[in-house]
Design a binder for this molecule. Sequence first.
Ligand SMILES: [Zn+2]
Length: 282
Amino acid sequence: MPSTGFHQARLRVIIPHLEEEKTMTDKGIVLAVAAHPDDIEFCCAGTLALLHGEGYAVHLATIGNGSGGSMTMGPEEIARVRAGEAERAASILDGTYYCLGRNDLEITFDLPTRRDMAMFLRRLDPLIIFTSSPEDYMPDHEITSAIVHDAAFNATCPNYDAAARELAGLKQTSRVPYLYYMDAMEGLDKFGRKVRPSIYVDVEEGMDTKTRMLACHDSQRQWLREQHGMDHYIETMKSWTRSRGSEVGFSSAEAFRQHLGHAFPKENILEKILGKKVICHS
Ligand SMILES: [Zn+2]
């Protein structure tokens, strides 16, 4: 078992801004955790913009550092570039971007990563979490989903990673958060089957913010622009959002599923907050 010192040192490196972060809000913290920088902007930034507009503090995090996202830059250089891009995107919602610092394509459901995620959640104590789809096209996304589900529950147990928790001066989280899964890439699982969402959010009002956030990821946009000769990056997001909207009569929508397993809150808090902007299917 790693020593508690290991965890302290590790967290300082991984989450450098945490100590100075303003996370207090009357309403609560909304946290989006994905595998890679720009996943959140594709799948739930419109909904995050609406929640920010309702007075919730919104923060973004990824487990992967974006190290795989370039054909020309090395892993460390592109990870640095992408951290800056993700920070800019988060700042549009007055939020902070956190990274657990794993390399892309190496995200693993192992004890250090599970503990790091639980420790991170104990620091932020989010009310609502959005994360990657448990069924998706690649392991990084599916494993991120499992790590966040695991940590959302474990962080509430004082005896989980207790020595490191005490050393960090942290309590367990105050509740199991509301947990929502974002859309799978192209809405398909790895067998090509449709992943059927149960919740659609009308994000027309958040589209401008979502587009500006995605446009922060210039390294990815540029790569595709050079390769495809068009602004495929932004257009792909817009066309997918329109496509989800057309399924329920909205011009633009983001689609989700809520985690409804034992111990997780069953109420759909998105519907409570956003009212008629939310359509649910059983
Ligand atoms: Zn991704």
